[in-house]
Design a protein around this ligand. Sequence first.
Ligand code: SF4
Ligand code: SF4
Length: 453
Amino acid sequence: MELSEGGVLENMALRTFKGGVHPRYNKDATFKKPIKNIPSPGQVVIPLHQHTGAPCEPLVKAGDEVKVGQKIGDSKARLTAPVHASVSGKVKAVVNHLQSSGMDGLCVVIESDGLDTPDESIRPRDNADRLGKEELISIIREAGIVGLGGAAFPTYFKLTPPAGKTFDTLVLNGAECEPYLSADHRLMVERPMDVVRGIKLLMKASNVGQAVIGIEENKPDAISALRQAVDGDAKIEIVPLEVKYPQGAEKQLIWAILRREVPSGGLPVDVGVVVNNVGTSVAVKEAVIDSMPLVKRVVTVTGTCVREPQNLRVPIGTSVGDMIEACGGTRIPPKKVILGGPMMGVAQHSTDVPITKGTSGILLLSENEAVLEEPLPCIRCGKCVEVCPMHLMPLSIAGYAEAGRFDDSERFGALDCIECGCCSFICPSHRRLVQGIRLAKAEIRAGQSARRA
Ligand code: SF4
Ligand code: SF4
């Protein structure tokens, strides 16, 4: 194995991690479809809490006129992300509304005037190249940028290492290993220059000398487009990865590319790495160069029930129902609607929920596809252990959770579980392993908070 000067593995065709599964990828319906901008919907519902950290306080009230990119919510908390109007028009209400979590949360409802008038503050910057690290981080914070891969962790916070720690490498996640989704793939193919421009800004903001973009090898057009955009810059390397789920999970990606292991309970910064998604990189370019906050994102709307599956670029706050309509509606009635992919997405009981900064896909599954088999007793085959990318024993963690022995679940590493769902996927007895582990994690964390209090 050869290492380049920066510690990046050379000649690494098909780098990967240990464990994982090979679900059917089902990306054929959308991966060649260009991203389509759809007209702004008549109304958007923008949640004030769509990120990790403190919810925002509303900065507008019913009756206020707003413009695209205007800040409509913020918080003084250390960890948060402001939200902005994604259409121009009039604030109809600031009310509790159903969200993708299944719970109600405070949202700003804006009736669009159909004009998409940008806020006066949106003026392209001509001094972007002269901005320093702190200025970049401040712009990224004010633009409300969060990880667009799904976790929605505020990017400005991620870019600042805690005291005593430093980054040396930026890892860009272009794996998009979740079945069905193709939003990142299309961004890399259609906007490679913006991805690379964003990477350079992220490198400056995190003070690193090298960046590596990890892309699954089933996206050769994305690999080639980015190679061209990188244009021989030795500081940015593109690494083809084996097609395997969850190749895009942070810890697995870092191991596959750099052979660095994030310690149990630790973060990428513990091994000198900061990870960002390729969609986040484009959002950073738009915030810094175009001075446009994060008000739109690309979402893959797909599944056999959708009449015309698409990759749509839509205002944040557009309802799931409006997006399905923009794809020609349904061909057959869906049995299950999932926000995200089939492995880690969240099933919805209504299409009257808004998409948020973290929504990468809308998946409509038919009755046959959504069948949930009855769980049978564990046959101790060990398959769940073999595939767990965190090297855990899912059967034990979930078994203890089922028995209410959450201390034992914790002893077996429940908190290290990344909830990828590989164990449930592979289990021949259809045991609800990840669901049991999620319960254990919630109980363990509740116990920790109670003890702290
Ligand atoms: S135990 Fe957690 S990390 Fe391991 S396979 Fe199951 S869901 Fe994934
Ligand atoms: S995969 Fe299922 S049946 Fe096999 S050991 Fe794990 S829990 Fe038991």
